[in-house]
Design a protein. Structure first.
Lengths: 472, 201
């Protein structure tokens, strides 16, 4: 047998049909559905009289529109948001979907946090969702990617997708990370290196000692942003860390099934002599705590750096950098660590898991949010929220002056009441710093939870390592 | 789905790189439960002031580009969110073809589901087409899917690559869900085999 990559192995196990030109019908093991990208798909089924082929493999949860304030138990004020969430409720019932976490269920949360938490996401699976950050699930060694609404309809009707195979890219992070450097810094640094189109046409497998050392939470952060590098999906081969995370989750296999699953999962790795179309190697030791300065996730610099000038770039990036600097209200040459902020957002499918909240709490313990800074922490799911309360993290946040919210996508994309005002500058743990992403005219700097917490305390972008020195 | 065969129309230049789907259609317009009516909000924040008046500098607000059918754009068009509202808004505005050096994967696929043709060409070709688009409404560009060519108003022609299955579906306006449903027996067989091999899934 010819050597294969992990991607090759998962792909081969899911091909239902292959045409002569290489177009494949790929079987989908798990289909995650949220309220924003599904209404038109269900409407399409209704208009053509089609059914959902595998309601037992379909998992639905509202997340983008849901308010994160406690009064949401009384319903959603915004009429359009309410209609969209109600449409999901209705479609779940009408099409007989079997796994639904409604807005006020404690297990509700961001779809990419709920899936793994409930054990729906398992190694070797194909997972899709009408959401680009489906890449998150690749942390389990499952082939997971975002799709459009027409494809959502296709999966609902057929439990398959029409696909052509992507190329294989290996991103190796060697060695160990320095103190204060996290999974978020890895994934941002990779995008800084490849650019937002560097992964186009590829599925990335992240590997190397620094990746192996990450928890599942950290691996999910890394894979989550594979899409920001343009890749179809990001993958990390499953190992003991993965198996330990999955074991005992509500929808994970049990007993003899667990043993059988485990035996197969242990075969899910790239063979030593597998062929790669592209290889990138980064030394873990060379990665610093980073922030973004512009309006593309590739605009990444170490926090010790300075705001660049448009003339530092070439080609089409010159104009884009000019536009970014103007939008962000930044002057070239300003040290990044001197940029004052107005708001802090800790949460999202990138960094809304328990480990992220622990990292933020570690910085915030016994400290206060700088006067005039608006700071909020939005747990990724109701269960993450409950765990954070149990561990006493919520008290740390509240005492520091953070708002402690209910689970949802919140200010990552501002489809709900959590938004930036025009010109407001935010230290955010989310995934996109695009113009208007967190609210029209809002200015987003992406970073890790620890860095965002540090910025909340000082009121400016901050090198978290300075504060770690204080703690030591 | 609408067919795409051949189109001669006004092309607008948008040389900005990394035009993302948040720019194409900002989040507040994703609350719709329909596919139609999004054209008026295409490029909303670039196109309108906060008070809803038009920004006269924005290319699609200029008189010669109001009836644009082809966009010529910078690298990595359609990156970011998977929202199919982006191609829905483009199509509702009247745009049927987009030309760039590269497209983000999900956006690229979404176009084909909606009768839109994304065309990837080398940088030198996009540069020539960008210049042609800058000539305004008297210069009409032609996109021919069957022949796989884009031709400038001066008659300079560039060939583009396209996946044969996608081309076939677009030329004939085929509903790919219907096509896949015809393969139901193969899906049944796969499910039965997978249930044996991986019963825990």
């Amino acid at each position: 047998m010819s050597p294969k990559t992990l991607y090759d192995k998962i792909w081969d196990a899911h091909v239902v049909h292959e045409d002569d030109d290489g177009t494949c019908l790929l079987y989908i093991d798990r289909h995650l559905v949220h309220e924003v990208t599904s209404p038109q798909a269900f409407e399409g089924l209704r208009m053509t009289g089609r059914k959902v082929r595998a309601p037992e493999r379909t998992i639905a949860v509202p997340d983008h529109n849901v308010p994160t304030t406690a009064d949401r138990v009384d319903g959603i004020d915004n009429e359009e948001s309410r209609i969209q969430v109600e449409a999901l409720d209705k479609n779940v019932r009408e099409f007989g979907l079997m796994n639904y976490y409604e807005m006020n269920d404690i297990r509700q949360g961001i779809v990419h946090i709920v899936g793994p938490e409930q054990g729906w996401t398992l190694p070797g699976m194909t997972v899709v969702c009408g959401d680009s950050h489906t890449a998150t699930h690749g942390a389990f060694g499952s082939l997971a990617h975002g799709i459009g609404t027409s494809e959502v309809e296709h999966v609902l009707a057929t439990q398959t997708l029409i696909q052509k195979k992507s190329k294989n890219m290996k991103v190796e992070i060697t060695g160990k990370l320095a103190p204060g450097v996290t999974a978020k810094d890895i994934t941002l640094s990779v995008i800084g290196e490849t650019g937002t189109a560097g992964g186009t046409g590829y599925v990335i497998e992240y590997c190397g000692e620094a990746i192996r050392a990450l928890s599942m939470e950290g691996r999910m952060t890394v894979c989550n942003m594979a899409i920001e590098g343009g890749a179809r999906a990001g993958l990390i081969a499953p190992d003991e860390t993965t198996f330990a995370y999955v074991k005992g989750r509500p929808h994970a296999p049990k007993g003899a099934q667990w043993e059988a699953a485990l035996a197969w999962w242990k075969t899910l790795y790239s063979d030593d002599d597998a062929a790669w179309d592209k290889v990138i190697t980064i030394r873990g030791e060379d990665i610093a705590p980073v922030v973004t300065w512009g309006t593309s996730p590739e605009d990444v610099l170490p926090i010790t750096g300075k705001v660049p000038a448009a003339s530092d770039f070439t080609g089409g990036k010159v104009g884009a950098a000019e536009r970014s600097l103007d939008y962000m209200g930044l002057t070239p040459g300003t040290p990044l660590a001197e940029i004052p902020i107005d708001a802090v957002f800790i949460g999202s499918c990138t960094n809304g898991r328990i480990e992220d909240l622990r990292a933020a709490a570690e910085i915030l313990r016994g400290k206060r949010v700088k006067d005039g800074v608006r700071a909020m922490i939005v747990p990724g799911s109701g269960l993450v929220r409950a765990q954070a309360e149990e561990e006493g993290l919520a008290d740390v946040f509240k005492e520091a002056g953070f708002e402690w919210r209910l689970a949802g996508c919140s200010m990552c994309l501002a489809m709900n009441p959590d938004q930036l005002a025009p010109g407001e500058r935010c230290a955010a743990t989310s995934n996109r710093n695009f113009e208007g992403r967190q609210g029209r005219g809002g200015r987003t700097h992406l970073m890790s939870p620890a860095m965002a917490a540090a910025a909340a305390v000082t009121g400016r972008l901050t090198d978290v390592r300075e504060m770690m020195g204080e703690m030591a | 789905m609408d067919k795409f065969e051949k189109l001669t129309g006004i092309a607008a230049p948008m040389p900005l790189v990394n035009i993302d789907t948040d720019m194409l259609i900002p989040k507040q317009f994703l609350k719709t439960i329909k596919r139609s009516g999004l054209g008026v909000n295409l490029f909303d924040e670039m196109r309108y002031n906060q008070d809803g008046t038009e920004k006269p500098d924005f290319v699609l607000n200029q008189p010669q580009y109001r009836d644009t059918e082809i966009l010529v754009a910078g690298d990595n068009f359609g990156c970011g969110s998977s929202r199919e509202h982006a191609p829905w808004a483009l199509k509702d505005f009247g745009i049927r073809a987009i030309i760039s050096t590269s497209f983000a994967d999900i956006f690229y696929n979404n176009c084909f589901k909606n009768g839109l043709l994304p065309i990837a060409l080398p940088a030198e070709a996009v540069e020539v087409l960008m210049k042609d688009a800058e000539k305004g409404s008297n210069a009409r560009m032609t996109v021919d899917l069957e022949a796989q060519t884009v031709t400038t108003s001066d008659g300079e022609s560039f060939s583009f690559e396209i996946d044969s299955f996608k081309k076939h579906c677009l030329l004939n306006g085929l509903d790919d869900i219907g096509l896949s449903m015809e393969k139901a027996p193969a899906i049944d067989t796969y499910e039965a085999q997978a249930a044996q091999a991986r019963p825990w899934v």
